[in-house]
Every structure is written in structure tokens, then in C-alpha cells.
Design a protein around this ligand. Sequence first.
Ligand code: CTP
Ligand code: CA
Length: 233
Amino acid sequence: ARPTALPRDLDGVRVVVSAGGTREPLDPVRFLGNRSSGKQGYALARVAAQRGAEVTLVAAHTAALPDPAGTRVVRVSTAEELEKAVNAAAADADVVVMAAAVADFRPADRAEHKIKKTDDDSAPAVVLTRNNDVLAGLVRRRRPGQLLVGFAAETGDAHGTVLDHGRAKLKRKGVDLLVLNAVGEGRAFEVDENTGWLLSSDGAERSIPLGAKSELATIVWDAVSELVRAGGR
Ligand code: CTP
Ligand code: CA
């Protein structure tokens, strides 16, 4: 079958996508990490490139994924490395999409040598320190017209539903678009399908039907493309 032609509505638009999960080292062989596969970020990068964008993909740790065709891939490991790479690429970007699972905390000390057991049956305590919020930094230094897209994976709890948490995060983060995923019960992480909402700072809320991560990517780029045509933010 002939591949369906995609729109070239992102021609020349400079896009940065972060993807995957960061790793925060405890010692030379151990780290704190997370379950992000990177598949959603890679799908976003691939679809943007297919639609004509100039894409830089800042890739933290992912499942074994092939580089998306036509993108520049910058590999990073820790949240601090990701922050440097994203900030450098964002300096002349029109759109930044933060799909990466960035660790909120890192071990306060990184042992120079492998941590060993001692004879007294004791266990070391891990002390954590905060990482910078990369997206918050982008919002503070936003270029005129630059569009910023965040991701949030939320569960409902005593304080509100998934949507309540998503709406609050959209406001708190100051982004133009927030992709909100419902997580828990095997959803979103390490699977090929994703579901949720796309929340806009203008109050628009689109529900994202259960579908392939490439379909979610299409919905995100459709919304970005509309905003780009409207002259950015
Ligand atoms: N993010 C970031 N830097 C961090 C943490 C998160 O840039 N240190 C980005 C993520 O890539 C995502 C967005 O911020 O696009 C929201 O991440 P999330 O973890 O949902 O939000 P947090 O503000 O960290 O709030 P929470 O306490 O719920 O984890
Ligand atoms: Ca977080």
C-alpha cells in the first residue's frame, strides 16, 4: 500500500523533543531510574520530521529504539545532562516538547567507588536532593513566540481526579499545551498505546482516544501547527 501523504505543515519549524527516562547515579554501577520507554517522545520526533520540522531529539534512556529518520539525536543520561542539552537546543527553537521523564531528585552524593556491604548488617541511607525543573526554566526564558509543551502522568487520588491534577499542572507550569495521561493499572508506561487529554492554556480540552503513540503525536502536532499558524503565542 502507498503510504498516506502527511501534511508538510511544520516545514522549517525548529522543534526540540526530549524523550526517555533520566538515570541518577548512586555509584559507578548503580542509579535511580524510571520506567519511561521513550516511545512517545520518539513518535513525536518522527512525526514532526515527517511533517517537515527540523527536529532535535534529546534522548535519555529508552528501550532499544531506532533513531527517528531525519532527526538530530543528542544522547544524555542524567537530568542535569538533559537540562544542558535541552537548553542549548531550545535557544533557537520554535517549539519544545518535554516528553522525557526527568527525575525530580538525585542522590545528594555520588560515591566515587562501588558502595560495599559492611560486616555489621547495616544499610546505607540514600539522601536525595532536588533536580532543576527543566520545563520551568524554559518557561522563564521563553523566546517570543516559542511554544512549550509539557507532559503529565497523573493518577486520581483524595485531592482530585486525573483531570483536576492536569488542569492544576497546566496553570502551575505555564505551558501552552499539556498532554495528560492517566496512569496506573498498566497504562502508559512500557506499552504501545496511550490515552488522555490535551489541555491548552486557552482552556480548550481535547480528549485523546486510546490509540497508537503516533496517533497521540499527530494530535499534538495538529494543535501545535494551529498555534504556529496563529503566530506562536
Ligand atoms: N519536567 C522537567 N524537569 C523536571 C521534572 C519534570 O522538565 N525536573 C517536565 C517533564 O518533562 C514534563 C513536565 O515537566 O513535561 C511535568 O512533569 P511532572 O513530573 O508531571 O511534573 P512535576 O512538576 O515534576 O510534578 P510532580 O510532583 O507531579 O512530579
Ligand atoms: Ca516529576
